[in-house]
Design a protein around this ligand. Sequence first.
Ligand SMILES: Nc1ncnc2c1ncn2[C@@H]1O[C@H](COP(=O)(O)OP(=O)(O)OP(=O)(O)O)[C@@H](O)[C@H]1O
Ligand SMILES: [Mg+2]
Length: 139
Amino acid sequence: MEQEFILRNEEESRQFAISLAKRAKKGDIYFLYGELGAGKTFFVTNFCQELGVTDYVSSPSYVLLNEYDAHEFTVFHLDLYRLGHAEELLELGITDFTDEGLVFIEWPQIAEELITQERIEIYFEIIDDHRKVRLIDRR
Ligand SMILES: Nc1ncnc2c1ncn2[C@@H]1O[C@H](COP(=O)(O)OP(=O)(O)OP(=O)(O)O)[C@@H](O)[C@H]1O
Ligand SMILES: [Mg+2]
């Protein structure tokens, strides 16, 4: 399934995240693509709020991995922008937790070969002062 949306402002981006969060299930894996500032972390923050996460959701670009408790499962939030080698992903235990909760991966290119589960891909694009998103559900 492939869909495209134009999100004209932050509120529309928030509603987009909420609509997906309402269908979230343990084991879902989101690959989030797009340039710096395109809205990947913004998406995760609003998605997590809808899931009942009360922790502050921040960009894991230095720590690589954040974990949050949602109502029904754990959320794993990765940002692989600074990751040098795919082997470091194995050290993080990535292949262990993909079934244990819901996973978001910003800058997922380096994980594409390693994570074999079917996933949901979102491509964020900056267009003038709004955003275009392409959603591809490969499950
Ligand atoms: N539809 C929209 N229109 C305009 N601005 C938006 C829209 N949606 C989100 N934004 C803004 O875009 C910015 C996105 O920043 P965010 O940190 O989410 O980017 P990112 O993709 O995670 O970047 P990075 O690659 O650095 O992690 C936020 O400041 C947010 O408020
Ligand atoms: Mg980010």
